[in-house]
Write a protein that binds this ligand. Structure first.
Ligand code: 13P
Length: 257
């Protein structure tokens, strides 16, 4: 049996805009995007900066495009100057949240433990977490990619119920591929996502491992999305730079048309 025949998971393509969009440009961008993206073949999410979230939620109304945040605190409220809580995100109409992006880990000292706290909190407030894992070039060259992915995944899901894991999204983002134009080969990307899936299988069993969606991220573009997303263990992508161009993002979402 061919792997794609048994893979019933719906693809999910999310655009991580990072710190790249001005609030005044969001509405126009999303209106253009939603005219072109009306397929229900894949889940489509845009993740603008916090300050753009209200206008993004408003602009996405009556479309299939959903809105995600790029980060959040794990507490509901309190004396955490400069932070944004899961309750605030839900109150605004945000549905997804990226947790533990490598840029958060690298520049803002996030750890596997804070990632786990945030994942629990996201579920508690009804947000769908997209947890990022991935190795540096040095770790890949040392041959410890799988060990690292296993550890990051194990800690991220610690204490989650089976149902939560089935709703979780994991994004495999090799750090050396982010913003560099050096995409992982489809085979390498699939081998990493399969490794992550095998950790879920060991912890939660076959059925959960077949349900969890695992994306690839790192220099995804209109030219390579088809090959990557066509791999049996890759369930879509987390897209940075290419999600900022309507044409390009449209082609990525419609990769198999
Ligand atoms: P690029 O697609 O720009 O490489 O970014 C990937 C990424 O970090 C998405 O979260």
């Amino acid at each position: 049996m061919n792997a794609s025949m048994i893979n019933k998971r719906k693809k999910i393509v999310a655009g991580n805009w990072k710190m790249n969009v001005l609030p005044s440009k969001v509405t126009e961008f999303i209106h253009e995007l939603k005219e072109r993206i009306n397929t229900n073949e894949a889940d489509v999410v845009v993740c603008p900066p916090f300050i753009c979230l209200p206008s993004a939620v408003e602009a996405c109304k009556n479309s299939i495009i959903r809105v995600g945040a790029q980060n959040m605190h794990w507490e509901e409220k309190g004396a955490f100057t400069g932070e944004v809580s899961p309750a605030m995100l839900v109150d605004m109409g945000v549905e997804y949240v990226i947790i533990g992006h490598s840029e958060r880990r690298q520049y803002f000292a996030e750890t596997d433990q804070t990632v786990n706290r945030k994942v629990h909190s996201a579920f508690k407030y009804g947000l769908k977490p997209i947890v990022c894992v991935g190795e540096t070039l040095e770790q890949r060259e040392q041959g410890i990619t799988n060990d690292l992915l296993r550890m990051q995944t194990r800690i991220a899901v610690q204490g989650l119920t089976t149902q939560q894991v089935e709703e979780l999204i994991i994004a495999y983002e090799p750090i050396w591929a982010i913003g560099t134009g050096k995409t992982a080969t489809p085979e390498d990307a699939n081998s990493a996502t399969a490794e992550i899936r095998s950790v879920i299988r060991e912890l939660y069993g076959d059925s959960t491992a077949e349900k969890i969606r695992i994306q690839y991220g790192g220099s995804v573009n209109a030219g390579n999305a088809g090959e990557l997303f066509g791999m049996p263990d890759i369930d879509g992508g987390l897209v940075g730079g290419a999600s900022l161009k309507v044409d390009e993002f449209e082609k990525i979402v419609k990769y198999d048309e």
